[in-house]
Design a protein around this ligand. Structure first.
Ligand SMILES: *Cc1c(COP(=O)(O)O)cnc(C)c1O
Ligand code: SF4
Length: 372
């Protein structure tokens, strides 16, 4: 086992009572050399080592088992198996596509919007997604959790009463042991002005057996807890991921999902429609954002155009209920935040007369009537 195959530093040994998920980790791909045992194409095999140098390889068994190896374009495979196309970097692609570093007042902290911060307890993940917009940090920083590493960030949060939401991201916060999570949660909830703890994670998707009663207990306390999952395809919704989401919902956590729009994975109306429906109706997870592909290096082969994304968002708006609809957003490269870039329904305006396109595509008039 390489050191980064551990989820965290040696001082934070994972307790062995939760054996199932550890088996899922151990029996999966933990290192690029484990790819040798998979039926990869000659091109994938040739590129694996070089691609892994830019972004680590890790796939828990539960996620690996979802791949249909007879389909070279399988949408699960496309998300985790290194591709030769990753080596083709384009001008304009960025190491830090959403400017995490430019807005970092303390190590492991990003503060761009007044009321909420990103806190990075670890730069390791349960699964490494090839399209990750933070892959450069995960490779160059790569560190796990230590109590000391978070002290400056926690002091900054305590000093800024405008901060109401702390978003644990990374890396994947749910790749940490229960003990570490309980410790981080306790430190955050001790800061009186913080109201909500948000967790951005792919663990319910890629390593659902990790969602245990112990993990839930570690997160429960004074704070409202929101878990933002990251499902990209309905094929990721299984009995196991359903059970994981049920455990989180029954704990009283609010569940939302963000997806990344990925060419060859989920860039059709049918795939996105099924994903959004099954998220809400089967998992009880509200589709929150559909992200336009970030300018992460070597990912041109997975990016759609914005016009394609807008057409998909318009079709979803017409076909799905409001609660099943995500907002299509672009995270601006220079730190402008996530801006909605979906289709515009306003066709024109003349004073208080508006012309708006209905969901049926027809333009209708609307006359504003307001009191004095
Ligand atoms: C994405 C992000 C957030 C959260 O944004 P929401 O729109 O509230 O989901 C907060 N801070 C930073 C720096 C972010 O990148
Ligand atoms: S789990 Fe999230 S942070 Fe980790 S590799 Fe995937 S997208 Fe990146």
């Amino acid at each position: 086992m390489t050191s980064d195959a551990n989820f965290s530093d040696a001082s934070e040994r994972i307790d062995t009572s939760d054996a199932t998920w550890q088996t899922d980790v151990r029996a999966g791909v933990r290192h690029v050399r484990d790819l040798a045992f998979l039926p990869l194409s000659p091109g994938e095999r040739a590129a694996a080592q070089a691609a892994a140098a830019n972004h680590k390889v890790r796939i828990p068994k539960a996620y690996l088992d979802l791949i249909d190896w007879n389909d070279p374009a399988d949408p699960i495979r496309a998300q985790v198996i290194p591709s030769p196309d990753e080596l083709l970097e384009q001008d304009g692609e960025l190491d830090d596509p959403i400017a995490d570093h430019a807005f970092s007042p303390a190590p492991r902290l990003t503060h761009r919007h007044a009321d909420r911060v990103l806190l990075f307890p670890t730069y390791q993940c349960a699964v490494y997604c090839r399209f990750c917009f933070r892959k450069e940090s995960l490779t160059s920083i790569g560190r796990g959790y230590t109590r000391e590493a978070l002290e400056p960030a926690l002091a900054y949060i305590a000093d800024h009463p405008e901060i109401r939401e702390v978003i644990l991201t990374g890396g994947d916060p749910l790749s940490l042991p229960d003990k570490a999570l309980a410790e981080i949660r306790a430190r955050i909830e001790a800061i009186a002005h913080v109201r909500l703890l948000r967790i951005h994670t792919r663990v319910p998707v890629a390593l659902p057996s990790r969602i245990t009663p112990g993990l839930v207990a570690a997160l429960q306390g004074r704070l409202m807890v929101t878990v933002v999952t990251h499902f990209n395809h309905a094929r990721e919704i299984t009995d196991a991921t359903e059970a994981a989401c049920r455990t989180l919902r029954q704990a009283g956590f609010v569940l939302l999902n963000q997806s990344v729009l990925l060419k060859g994975v989920n860039d059709t109306v049918e795939v996105l429609e099924e994903l959004c429906r099954e998220l809400m109706y089967r998992l009880g997870v509200k589709p929150y954002y559909l992200h336009h592909g970030d300018l992460a290096r070597g990912m041109a082969h997975r990016r759609t155009t914005i016009a394609q994304g807008q057409a998909l968002a318009a079709a979803l708006r017409a076909r799905l209920s409001g609660i099943c609809n995500p907002v299509y957003v672009l995270d601006l490269p220079e730190g402008g935040g996530k801006v909605p870039i979906g289709p515009c329904y306003i066709e024109g305006r003349d004073g208080e007369s508006w012309r708006l396109r209905g969901l049926d595509g027809e333009v209708k008039g609307y006359q504003e009537v307001v009191g004095e």
